[in-house]
Design a protein around this ligand. Structure first.
Ligand code: NAP
Length: 256
């Protein structure tokens, strides 16, 4: 039985991951951390699990950590995962210290994805095909993302990942072509716009806007369980792998 700990266990995603663990075979929840959890045991689906605000108390008892929390917590967790030699799945988004992530992945297996949905994975696979086929110099490319009013990072990690796929297809660096304002666009720029409001779980639209036709691909999350279940599958997949930085492509490429 694979033992899993959740960092961010009291959060919207943390709770869903705990439920997902309960419904997936060969995995068990040993505990979790959050910013304000007092150390103790809680009953979860009839099983007593350890919670607290100090990862050091729980990490030694787990095989793999799933982190959907906040970047400062994630960065501390990377040190803890390395200290105890534990695999780590990270879904937290925001302005990461990617160098720290990369360094940790030299010591333990780290699975990172800004979006755990299969639909977004497929869109990222489709973009190179679209950009190879369309005469890109005749098209403007825009990404529009909509999220619930509480989301802290902007643009979303997923919009930035999609932007990176577009930029690399164009042979550019994202920071050189990304535009987040609404002023007139220059040729070759990539616009990313964000809307915050309501309780939308996450919508991303990628638009290829030409003079004679427009191609739009839209993805909407209807239920966050989609992220939770894939995160647990990633935990099963990454545990026991050699140290390295892994992502959705590594886990899912055999599907395509
Ligand atoms: N990759 C994906 O597919 C995906 C999908 C959805 C969300 N996300 C990302 O996952 C993260 C969590 O989202 P959410 O909606 O679940 O957020 P949330 O409801 O605000 O929950 C955040 C959790 O992290 C804990 N936390 C916050 N700051 C902390 C700190 N400094 N140290 C330790 N724990 C801390 C919170 O503890 P308290 O409750 O004690 O404050 C809570 O348990 C976000 O970055 C979000 O963008 C990623």
């Amino acid at each position: 039985m694979l033992k899993i700990m959740i960092s961010g266990i009291t959060g919207r995603m943390g709770k869903l991951i705990a439920y997902a663990i309960n419904s997936i075979q060969d995995v068990t929840l040993v505990g979790g951390t959050s910013l304000r959890s007092a150390p103790g045991q809680i009953d979860f689906n009839g099983v007593s699990v350890q919670i607290g605000n100090a990862p050091d108390q729980i990490v030694p008892k787990t095989d793999v950590i799933i982190d959907f929390s906040e970047i400062s917590a994630t960065e501390k967790l990377l040190d803890c995962a390395v200290k105890y030699g534990k695999a780590l799945v990270i879904g937290t988004t925001g302005a990461f210290n990617f160098e720290k992530l990369r360094q940790a992945s030299e010591a333990v297996p780290v699975f990172y994805s800004a979006n755990f949905s299969l639909g977004i994975y497929l869109i990222n696979k489709l973009i190179p095909v679209i950009l190879k086929t369309l005469p890109v110099e005749e098209y403007d490319i825009e990404i529009l993302e909509t999220h619930h009013r509480w989301k802290k990072d902007l643009p979303s990690g997923t919009a930035l990942t999609i932007g990176q796929v577009v930029a690399s297809c164009l042979g550019k660096r994202l920071k050189d072509i990304m535009r987040k304002d609404q002023s007139p666009r220059n040729c070759g720029e990539l616009g990313i716009s964000s809307i915050r409001g309501g309780s939308a779980f996450g919508e991303h639209e990628i638009m290829f806007l030409g003079r004679e036709e427009t191609v739009k691909i839209k993805h909407a999350v209807l239920n966050r369980t989609v992220f939770a279940r894939t995160a647990v599958k990633a935990a099963k997949w990454v545990t026991g792998k050699p140290p390295g930085l892994y992502g959705m492509d590594d886990m899912l490429s055999s599907l395509i």
